[in-house]
Unconditional design. Structure first.
Length: 219
């Protein structure tokens, strides 16, 4: 029984840490935005509340993906495993496009609906339009991490999450203090950090096989 508990914790703790680290990126952005002013930090805080909902959707998708891929790994059915990976990426992409368009088109309206004042809605809207508009970076990061965990490497996504947090802190600080890009710089730093994380995660997956499956899906 003790062995089973250790096995559960060895799988669950890295996943929990990864999700906490992803939320920490928003906290870092909030802290740096506080250096700009109260309106900036208020706007980003409200925007991050919306982005947390997006993250919850991707976590739910990742849980389903992990279950299916773990089953195919247990069955030693490599073809089905690749098919699940390809379809997970497609579903992630479709959901990301939907959420991204909503963020780009309705960023100001969403924040105004939540009661943000005009200036707060403008600054928070800039952040939501960029980070939400490029939510594919978070979606792919979450789904690819779920795939890697299902293949028996739960610590890799956690380590990459830690790296993306460090990169985000560095990029955001440079954007704010050196280049003076303000909220827009902080937002693009978050997106860039996650995209770098996605590229790193891709190295732990059979990307060539997944791409081939896009061209020749199972019938």
């Amino acid at each position: 029984m003790t062995h089973n508990r250790k096995k559960i914790l060895s799988l669950a703790l890295p996943s929990m840490a990864e999700n906490i680290l992803q939320m920490l990126m928003g906290m870092i952005d909030n802290y740096l935005a506080a250096q700009i002013g109260l309106t900036a930090v208020s706007g980003i805080a409200i925007a991050n509340n919306i982005l947390t909902i997006y993250q919850a959707l991707f976590i739910a998708l990742g849980a389903a993906v992990s279950s299916l891929i773990a089953r195919s790994v247990g069955e030693q059915n490599h073809s089905k495993e690749i098919d699940y990976m390809a379809n997970a990426i497609l579903v992630t992409g479709a959901l990301s496009v939907l959420l991204g368009l909503m963020s780009v088109v309705g960023h100001k309206s969403i924040l105004a609906f939540l009661g943000a004042a005009s200036l707060v809605a403008r600054l928070g809207g800039q952040y939501l339009a960029i980070v939400g508009g490029m939510i594919l970076s978070l979606g792919l990061f979450t789904s690819l991490g779920a795939i890697i965990r299902a293949k028996g490497q739960p610590s890799i996504p956690m380590k990459v999450s830690l790296l993306t947090n460090l990169l985000n802190a560095v990029f955001s600080a440079l954007s704010l203090y050196i280049w003076g890009f303000g909220v827009i710089g902080i937002a693009w730093s978050t997106v860039a950090s996650r995209l770098i994380g996605v590229v790193i995660l891709c190295h732990f997956l059979p990307i060539k096989e997944i791409i081939k499956r896009f061209a020749n899906p199972l019938r």
